[in-house]
Design a protein around this ligand. Structure first.
Ligand code: GLC
Length: 417
């Protein structure tokens, strides 16, 4: 028996070595990306393809909540705790200044080259590079649009007065119960609505980095939206409407106009949609001589400075934002590309007749304020104007109060910095 020991030991040693060798051979580097739920779903096929084509890597998607503030809160909690499980974040354009200022992001120009943004369509390049660094690369473009019923009118309105007149006519003839639905809930979507309205009435949110919210233009913009609710052109439920609720009402034929993002066009034109082929898009109405502004949305990928898998994270970023990936996201989910080359793709142009109009609207894109305290500024804005539309306070005093609160916030943030 004793003589067998060396043999047993040899067998054991060999199997341990073989096991270790096997482990090393199959060890994969795992890269985790946090995305809002709809993008986690839309990228499922792309992620599978990435993993097939990169045997040594495993890209895994952490599915976040739906709304931008909730996803950002989740990312920030993990970053503040110091051991974020994420290597990549799919970020809304408004988060970038805060994350960059906090040192949470890896500058991308070293990885992607100084000309990384060269292929981006005008409008899509905004909000990615500032303070001398490239912080994120946009996966999809997004811009606020006015959706209109092509079966109910010849041409879309270009001014607030026209929108009101067409709405009244169609409501009076019983063709639609309501004129115009938009995002009026107390959340980020309402700030996006306000950016377009402020510009369209000749105002600004910030002017030379100072709040400009009690200007005559800002008060007129808020007064007009409030008037739509009071006049019964916009339903009072608008104060609880986010993008899905506005889309639901419009798709059900309850309104002649809707403000939403490009994804809604694909939804409205699905085979089973009652509005298939009956919807046009354009930019938001504005007072004569003022710009038709489209709030720039967009979601882009950023690599976390604390990631231990940066090279692999950059691989995944390149793959997910490639021409091929953007084409797939447009064909299957209606997401707007960011690359000029994809906008000009003959196959996409043939299947997606609004692509050229989307590119034009993207050219009218307006950024929300690029500041690390954007989330707080926006919180003040959407709470305040939502209170107006709920009937709790008149537009002029509400905007005056908003101006004072925004000034105070900027002052405190400046003092703190
Ligand atoms: C869309 C936009 C994003 C915006 C959000 C508001 O997702 O792309 O920029 O903050 O809507 O609801």
């Amino acid at each position: 028996m004793a003589r067998r020991w060396p043999l047993v030991l040899l067998v054991m040693l060999t199997s341990v070595l073989l096991g270790l060798w096997g482990l090393a051979a199959t060890a994969v580097e795992r890269v985790t990306v946090l995305m809002p739920a709809p993008f986690a779903e839309a990228t499922t096929e792309l992620v599978k393809a990435f993993n097939r084509e990169h045997p040594g890597l495993e890209l895994s998607v952490s599915r976040g909540p739906l709304e931008t503030e909730a996803v950002s809160d989740l990312a920030i909690s993990s970053l503040l705790l110091g051991s974020s499980p994420y290597d990549l974040l799919l970020m809304d354009v408004t988060w970038t200044p805060k994350y960059a200022a906090a040192g949470w992001l890896e500058p991308l120009e070293h990885w992607l080259g100084d000309d990384a943004l060269a292929d981006l369509a005008p409008g899509a390049e905004l909000g990615n590079a500032f303070n001398g660094h490239l912080w994120r690369f946009p996966l999809v473009a997004d811009m606020g649009l006015l959706f209109w019923r092509t079966d109910l009118m010849e041409a879309p309105p270009r001014t607030p007065a026209e929108l009101e007149a067409i709405s009244r006519r169609l409501q009076a003839s019983g063709e639609v119960p309501w004129g115009y639905v938009w995002e009026g809930k107390q959340y980020e979507g309402l700030s996006c609505v306000m950016v377009e309205m402020l510009r369209g009435f000749g105002g600004h949110w910030l002017d030379h980095n100072q709040p400009d919210l009690s200007s005559p233009a800002a008060i007129e913009a808020t007064t007009w939206l409030n008037h739509l609710v009071e006049a019964g052109i916009t339903p009072p439920t608008v104060t609880n409407m986010a993008e899905p609720e506005a889309l639901q009402a419009f798709q059900a034929g309850d309104a002649a106009f809707m403000r939403n993002w490009p994804y809604a066009w694909a939804e409205l034109n699905r085979a089973e949609s009652p509005l298939r082929g009956k919807v046009g898009i354009t930019t938001m109405v504005s007072q004569p001589g003022e710009p038709h502004a489209a709030t720039q949305g967009s979601w882009g990928l950023a690599v976390l400075a604390g990631s231990r898998h940066k090279q692999a994270a950059v691989e995944a970023l390149r793959f997910l934002t490639s021409e091929e990936a953007q084409k797939q996201l447009n064909l299957q989910w209606g997401y707007t590309p960011t690359r000029v080359s994809v906008f000009n793709d003959p196959e996409l142009l043939a299947t997606n007749p609004v692509l050229a109009e989307l590119k034009l609207a993207l050219g009218d894109a307006v950024l929300r304020p690029l500041t690390p305290i954007y989330a707080q500024l926006s919180d003040l804005l959407y709470r305040d104007v939502n209170a107006v539309f709920s009937g709790a306070v008149e537009p002029a005093p509400a905007m005056q109060q908003l101006q004072t609160n925004s000034e105070r916030l900027l002052l405190t943030a400046g003092a703190a910095g």
